[in-house]
Design a protein around this ligand. Structure first.
Ligand SMILES: *Cc1c(COP(=O)(O)O)cnc(C)c1O
Length: 395
């Protein structure tokens, strides 16, 4: 029976049950341990993808397993008709690390973005403001609202018409944002570090300029921290590194260490002037299992001092990648910060990714010509060295 499961025909047949929305790699991942994943033949892979920047604490983390096992026996779901204590505690934990005042739990990054957009629209409603400025090369998710602020035409075009009132400015170009601003603008949304769009870090000046423009026009600044947040930049959230506080921020991917959970948070001023009972809701959001994952994740981040570790090992990864830019003609630039890094290459990204996979390294692309490195945040220098040697032989 076990043997049959690993059979290619079995894999093809079961895979055919799924809607064909992903061009998947020809491997079946079976389990994980630390920063390594294992396929169904027992082959070991060094993981520099972390399930799309999700599994920041690595795999099979005893503390997380124990906390979830305990909550499984207590309560899985109760709905938002009733308050559950772990939800309030998880909210408090995330607010403490994010510096925001109020939070709403959703189930994914896309949902967090939807909630953030709705909050901004609700805020602007009484003032006749509804327009939203997003950025070129942005990615905010696949639901209709999130897709409407996502730049990539390939994702958008088949689903048009999308949400009206949205325009795109150039990332890190204040004049291009200013040109789009008017009295009907209720919000500007950006990723402080663009992930899918190719690992582009916002400059301090850009963030400061956006802050000023939003204040002048009574519009809200939304930071989408779904990918770059939760320690990956070397700070809890990337806006803290850039020194400009948003009015609303989204988070998801890493906040539950792999348990599906997202959230959007806001300042008290926005909370008091936007959503009211009945304006927004979710059946599963804030459920005790997801909130246990969040609570334990934040606790472990604090205990292990993850942001400081990221700053240190991230600097090492960055130096090693910079070295590659100098020594390899295939590598034209390095981008990113902490443990959200990318290299721009002049060879097909897919070829490098596939060769690395064969050699036991998981990496992914970002944008059209960037190889992305978003490993579990608990990697050490020895993992960076192991990755670099496989990467160099895969270029
Ligand atoms: C992944 C991502 C999303 C969407 O999250 P999902 O959980 O896939 O819906 C939104 N924003 C950013 C910046 C992301 O990287």
């Amino acid at each position: 029976m076990e043997q049959q499961k690993t059979d290619d025909r079995y894999m093809k047949a079961t895979r055919a049950n799924l809607v064909h929305t992903y061009d998947q790699f020809p491997v079946v991942i079976d389990h994980g341990d630390g920063v390594y994943l294992y396929d169904d033949h027992g082959k070991k892979y060094l993981d520099f993808t972390a399930g799309y920047a999700v599994n920041s604490l690595g795999y099979d983390v005893p503390e997380l397993n124990r906390a979830l096992e305990k909550q499984i026996r207590k309560l899985w779901h109760v709905s938002n008709l009733y308050y559950n204590e772990v939800c309030g505690k998880a909210a408090g934990a995330l607010l403490e690390v994010s510096g925001m005042d109020r939070i709403f739990f959703a189930n994914s990054g896309g949902e967090a973005v939807e909630g953030a957009l709705k909050t901004a629209r609700r805020y602007g409603h009484s003032k006749g403001k509804y327009k939203i400025i997003a950025m070129e090369n942005s990615f905010h998710g696949r639901s209709m609202g999130a897709l409407s602020v996502t730049w990539n035409q390939h994702y958008r075009e088949p689903f048009e018409p999308l949400v009206p009132g949205i325009s795109f400015a150039k990332f890190n170009d204040l004049d291009s944002v200013y040109a789009l601003f008017d009295d009907e603008t209720c919000a500007v949304i950006l990723e402080p570090i663009q992930g899918e769009g190719g690992i582009n870090v916002a400059t301090k000046e850009f963030m400061e300029g956006l802050r000023r423009m939003c204040d002048e026009h009574d519009a809200l600044l939304i930071a989408d921290e779904v990918q770059c947040g939760m320690g990956r930049s070397g700070r809890n959230f990337a806006w803290q590194m850039l020194g400009v506080k948003p009015d609303i921020m989204t988070m998801a991917k890493a906040i539950g260490s792999g348990f599906p959970v997202g959230a959007f948070a806001m300042t008290e001023r926005v909370a008091e002037n936007s959503l009211t009972p009945g304006d927004h809701g979710t059946t599963f959001g804030g459920n005790p299992l997801a909130c246990t994952a969040v609570l334990e994740t934040v606790k472990l981040f604090r205990e292990k001092n993850i942001p400081a570790h990221v700053a240190e090992v991230g600097a090492y990864l960055q130096a090693r990648l910079d070295e590659l830019v100098r020594t390899r003609v295939e590598v034209t630039a390095r981008k990113g910060v902490g443990l959200i890094q990318g290299i721009q290459v002049n060879v097909p990204v897919a070829d490098v990714v596939n060769r690395a996979l064969e050699k036991g390294l998981l990496i992914i692309g970002a944008g059209s010509d960037v190889i992305r490195f978003v490993p579990p945040l608990v990697i050490g220098r020895e993992h960076v060295d192991e990755m670099m040697s496989i990467l160099e032989s895969s270029l």
